[in-house]
Design a protein around this ligand. Structure first.
Ligand code: MG
Length: 391
């Protein structure tokens, strides 16, 4: 039995994680939940899964049901992930807020199933050494599988889940290139002047994946892919010049790995986030999944194209931030969060997102990453700068 804490339980990844748990009651037990908003929903979930511990973003404005312990405030999530009864933490918090939760999870020696990509984008330099430590603890205590990765840090992002699976049984030195696939988003093929008047509603209509609003906007600007390149760099210890992005509009190929002999392994499947979520929880096993299998006879053709980084500047900005490293990805990510929020609120333009990110990146004196507190300080600074650079 895997005892799981779900952070961000009422969001898109959180509710799909609970779907997976519903399907495998004998294998997964949900023991704790954390939700920023939608406290009512979190209590409904707690009732269904018999969960007694909930962390909330703010004090609920209704009476707390008997038998449920609720904690609120900045330390609530950190305390939750460190509970004895938690084996695995699904971190599906949105944005940079997820970093501390990831850090505390690994510090407590638990498995981190990671959907919050900002944890690695912002804090990869701190998170990866911790994950390596938990990996060796897992090997020593016999919790790790006999072959393959020890599994302390399991990616939930579909691309990284795909690469993770392609790399099992392979030697790191024989990996030539990671191919991260991108759907291209709803504006694939459009040029800059066609994107000037784009509204939030238009940008929220993603062609293949059903996700929350922030990541959907990031997908349309290709910032999401940029964040994923940085995430892949940290997770798989690959230099940036060996990580390529390719547009694959059907999203049937979730990513690929090329090896030194020219062979390429690809991971294909139905576009349903419950598959990568479940794999992150079932590893090294595979469990049945309630999804339509991919029907190759009906798939038709698979297309591939180079991403247009002239139009979708966010991808180039993220890659540049990753390559420079240190605290620059933190700044880039914080500015993007503010610019996206402003766009969603109707206060900034679509093309202004990249302009804001670039402006704030240019203002920053890059330092090497030393601590969570340092990163949180820089994150706050970058948000302030971004607010006065909404375009
Ligand atoms: Mg993804």
């Amino acid at each position: 039995m895997r005892r799981i804490a779900v952070l961000g339980s009422t969001g898109s990844i959180g509710t799909q994680t609970l779907d997976v748990a519903r399907r495998h009651p004998g294998k997964i037990e949900i023991v704790a939940l954390a939700a920023g908003r939608r406290a009512h929903e979190a209590f409904e979930q707690a009732k269904e899964f018999n969960v007694r511990t909930i962390a909330l973003g703010k004090e609920p404005d209704f009476e707390i049901p008997d038998g449920i312990e609720v904690s609120v405030g900045p330390n609530a999530v950190a305390d939750l992930v460190s509970l004895d009864e938690v084996d695995v933490v699904v971190n599906a918090l949105v944005g940079a807020a997820g970093l501390r939760a990831s850090y505390e999870t690994l510090k407590a020696g638990k498995v981190l199933a990671l959907a919050n990509k900002e944890s690695l984008v912002v804090g990869g330099d701190l998170i990866m050494p911790l994950a390596a430590k938990v990996d060796s603890q897992r090997r020593e205590s016999g919790l790790a599988p006999e072959t393959g990765p020890a599994g302390a840090l399991m990616p939930i992002d579909s691309e990284h889940g795909a690469i993770y699976q392609c790399l099992i049984g392979e030697e790191h030195r024989e990996v030539e290139r990671l191919w991260v696939t991108a759907s291209g988003g709803p504006f694939r093929g459009k040029k800059r002047d066609e994107l000037k008047g784009i509204t939030a509603k238009e940008a929220l209509a993603h062609p293949t994946w059903n996700m929350g609003p922030k990541i959907t906007i990031d997908s349309s600007t290709l910032m999401n892919k940029g964040l994923e390149v940085i995430e892949a760099h940290h997770l798989f210890d690959m230099p940036y010049d060996k990580i390529s992005v390719v547009v694959q509009p059907q999203s049937a190929i979730h990513s690929m790995v090329e090896f030194s002999d020219g062979s390429v392994k690809a991971h294909l499947g139905t576009t349903d986030m419950r598959i990568p979520i479940q794999y992150a929880l079932s590893y090294p096993e595979r469990w049945d999944a309630p999804v339509e299998p991919l029907d190759f006879t009906k798939l038709g053709s698979l297309e591939f194209a180079e991403p247009d980084t002239e139009t979708f500047k966010c991808l180039a900005l993220a890659r540049a931030a990753g390559m420079q490293g240190g605290t620059l990805p933190c700044v880039m990510n914080a500015a993007n969060e503010i610019a996206v929020a402003a766009f969603l609120a109707g206060e900034g333009t679509y093309l202004g997102i990249a302009e804001c990110v670039e402006a704030v990146m240019n203002m920053h004196d890059v330092q090497s990453v030393e601590s969570i507190d340092q990163l949180l300080g820089i994150d706050t600074w970058a948000r302030e700068q971004a607010k006065s650079n909404i375009r």
